[in-house]
Design a protein around this ligand. Sequence first.
Ligand SMILES: [Zn+2]
Length: 164
Amino acid sequence: MRIDLTSMDLTSEEKRLIEYAEEAIVKYNKMRHAKGDIDTLYGFVLSDSGAIYDGACYEPNPTICGERHAIATMVLYESNKAKIKSIVVADPVPDLQEHGTPPCGTCRQIIWTQGTSETTVILMQYIQGKDGWTFPKLEKYTISELFPHPYEPKEGLWDNVRLL
Ligand SMILES: [Zn+2]
C-alpha cells in the first residue's frame, strides 16, 4: 500500500524527498532489526542546496528527536545559513491513523528558525507488515500553519527608551 503521490499537491523536490525517505526507512529499519532493535521515528531534511540529510530519534531518556538530528546534520555539512526547504517526519504506526505525528514544540521552533515561511513539513505514516514496510498516508503543512506564532525577540525594541 502506497499513496499515489500524483494525487497530492507536491513539488517535484518534495516527491524526490518522499521517495528517498521511503527507501531510507526500509534500509535503516532492516539494519536496526538485524541488531534486535525496532522501528523508530525518522526525520529527512531537504536543504535549499538540494541535499538531503537523515536523522533518527534517539529514544532513551533524555530523547533527541529525529527532526533535530537531521537538522543538526544539515548544519554540520553546510552551515547555520542553510535553510530547510522541506522536512519529512516519518513515524511508525500499528495501523492507519487519522493524523501522522507532528513535530514537537521545540522542533517546530527549530524548523521555523532554520527554515522560511514556505518550509513544508510532510507527516508520513509507515507500517511494518509481513512483507516489509508500507507508506499509506502523507499530510503536508507549512511550518507557518504548524507554528503560527514563533518566538522571535524583536531586536532594537528598547533602543529608543531613555533611562529614567
Ligand atoms: Zn521534536
